[in-house]
Design a protein around this ligand. Sequence first.
Ligand code: SF4
Length: 231
Amino acid sequence: MTVPPGAEGLASPVPPGEGWPGDLADRSTPVARSAGGVARQARSVRDLDDLGARVSVCSACPRLVRWREDVAREKRRAYAEEPYWGRPVPGWGAADPWLLVVGLAPAAHGANRTGRVFTGDRSGDWLFAAMHRAGLARTPTSVHAADGQELLGARMVAAVRCAPPDNKPTVEERDACAPWLHAELALVSPSVRVVVALGAYGWGGRCGPGRPRAAPSRARCHASGTGRTPS
Ligand code: SF4
């Protein structure tokens, strides 16, 4: 069992403001229900916490909303006794990082279950162990939202914030989600020096031809691996 203390007994998906550790949203958080809504809301975010709250209740992509919530209700047998986050997964880590890791999307039974990006699947296990060895993570493992893990000078984000079927968001879903990523890039721009893009979507979201104008201009880009997350 990897249920964060205080989250036992919560419904799946977890309702905003019901006590999930680190949940930035509550019932008053505005919900984007279309690509246009994402764009409008992303333009008016105040800070990273406000952005994370709005991301975590976004419902702009009907196919992904259905998928992430179905997975959260049906669960994998190994996690049958756990509540699943089942909502979009916000960026996580230092508020003023020098290193930004950009991945593809949450894994169905990884971040879609734990609510923390790259947490609860094998690629995340590898990534957190490597970051700990490099002095970028307080502990070598990341298992749930209240495990004491902390990123040191680093932040992790996904280009698409909802778990997609077969790890494959459509181009329309990627584009709908892009304003959230661009808003996050703009907020961390003053401190970021290096961006590690995991796979083509991570690369395209930050460093490729479609990179946002608000992206950190002084940061170096590095491409690494496939960025796909096993479910
Ligand atoms: S993928 Fe992004 S835009 Fe689409 S519902 Fe999830 S958070 Fe919203």
